[in-house]
Design a protein around this ligand. Structure first.
Ligand SMILES: Cc1ncc(COP(=O)(O)O)c(C=O)c1O
Length: 427
């Protein structure tokens, strides 16, 4: 059953056979055996899907690679989310209502909801095996009607958008570079976020912040967005959410218990809630509700601004790269699956490790049931027509996105890999 796991011995994870503990210092080989005995056991508390505030979040490190990031792009404004940033980018373009916006068939619905909310019409383009638009196969009528195009650097792999930029320029189509997955690094020959007329990013994917996004532009000044300020209650709630998530994952050693008591007293604290049941209603209205667009015109909270400003970035970069490499080692050669991109470029800071799984429904369902940190973009915006020469639908079905953020330890990655390998071997 564990034919492929011999190499995992090097990572020396620790855990008790029936209970998961955060790693401390050197870990004996016996612990790996214990992990193997119970590889798919549910980690308790569940592994975090997003970064979590930890004492180590504040530690600068010496050897972090010096990479550009969205903050370096000439003009920028902070928003409440990546989807809010996309919405604001579309507003800046002042498009006539009903104009077409080219969007990828492989998407998270939060990329499409801002288009619909801005009274614009999504027109879908196909994607190639590197995740870039298949420009040659874009429907010519859609291209003629399009006034803007949203292109993502999926999974944190920044790609050169030189061809896309040229294609858009020839047709006078504005380019929105979606950097929700790639806050740091290069996109080919340029830093991320500098290809688009506007670029957008998501803070909650890279920082221990409940919500936050960035709208940036290398070429166009961004005026005051007129965002409405958040009340005191919301400000406090956001700080409470940061702390609540930290203590739910036992990250603030020394004050975890005191804070947990405090939250309990206030009736706030509980186990990390599993995500609410996903709506099965496929209508656009229901999808819009799921995308929770209510706060796109609000200003970001002080928690988002302060943590973005003060947290050092070195750990974010190095741990994500380490975790990605660990997944690549564990899952590089397992029957029934293959890494979509086995290597992260030296100048990339990954968001997830994308794994193509043949029997994706079964494996994904089981990983989610056990609360492992994994996503799949299987919710497609309603009424998306089939598009030729497109890998989007197969990625939506087969590609599992295994989180590799900085607050997952090597042991967490190994545990998730082992559970995946075990599920893959169950036939
Ligand atoms: C590629 C992409 N763009 C935009 C978004 C929206 O970001 P946010 O969740 O911060 O609104 C997401 C969210 O998952 C995303 O994956």
């Amino acid at each position: 059953m564990f034919a492929n796991t011999k190499h995992l011995a090097d990572t020396r994870p620790s855990c008790a056979a029936n209970g998961y503990r955060r790693p401390t210092g050197a870990r004996p080989q016996a612990d790996l055996e214990a992990l193997k005995m119970n590889p798919a056991g549910n980690p308790n508390p569940p592994l975090p899907r997003t970064p979590v505030l930890d004492w180590s979040s504040f530690s600068p490190i010496d050897q972090a690679p010096d990479l550009p990031c969205i903050d370096d792009v000439g003009y920028s404004a902070v928003t409440t989310s990546g989807r809010a940033a996309i919405y604001q980018a579309l507003r800046q373009l002042r498009l006539t209502p009903g104009s077409a916006v080219l969007v990828p068939t492989y998407h998270c619905p939060t990329m499409i909801a801002p288009v619909v909310l801005a009274n614009l019409e999504p027109a879908y383009f196909p994607i190639r095996s590197d995740g870039l638009p298949n420009l040659n196969s874009i429907d010519s009528a859609a291209a003629r009607r399009a006034k803007a195009m949203i292109v993502s650097h999926y999974f944190g792999f920044g790609r050169s958008l030189a061809e896309v930029r040229e294609w858009c320029d020839e047709r006078r189509i504005a380019l929105i570079e979606d950097c929700a997955h790639s806050y740091f690094g290069y996109a080919g020959e340029r830093p991320v976020g500098t290809w688009g007329d506007y670029s957008t990013a998501s803070l909650s994917k890279f920082f221990p912040i409940p919500e936050g996004g960035v709208l940036a532009s290398a070429r166009r000044p961004i005026p005051d967005l007129g965002l409405s300020p958040q009340g005191l209650k919301r400000q406090l709630k956001d700080w409470a959410n940061v702390l609540e998530s930290a203590i739910a994952h036992e990250r603030l050693a020394g004050i975890n218990r005191a804070l947990a008591c405090l939250f309990r007293l206030k009736g706030r604290f509980g186990q990390v809630k599993p995500e609410s049941d996903r709506s099965v209603d496929p209508s656009a209205t229901s999808m819009m509700r799921v995308c929770d667009m209510g706060r796109i015109s609000h200003a970001p909270t002080t928690a988002a601004r302060a943590l973005k400003a003060i947290l050092p970035r070195g750990q974010i970069i190095t741990r994500r790269r380490r975790n990605f490499a660990l997944y690549a080692r564990h899952l590089g050669q397992v029957p029934g699956a293959r890494p979509l991109f086995p290597h992260a470029a030296a100048e990339a800071v990954p968001y997830v490790f994308p794994l193509w799984v043949d029997d994706a429904d079964r494996v994904y369902r089981a990983l989610r049931e056990r609360q492992f940190p994994v996503f799949r973009w299987d919710r497609i915006w309603p009424d998306m027509p089939p598009v030729r020469d497109d890998l989007g639908p197969s990625w939506s079905h087969h590609v599992l996105q295994l989180l590799c953020h900085q607050d997952l330890s090597e042991e967490d990655i190994t545990r998730t890999s082992l559970a995946t390998i075990e599920l893959l071997s169950e036939f």
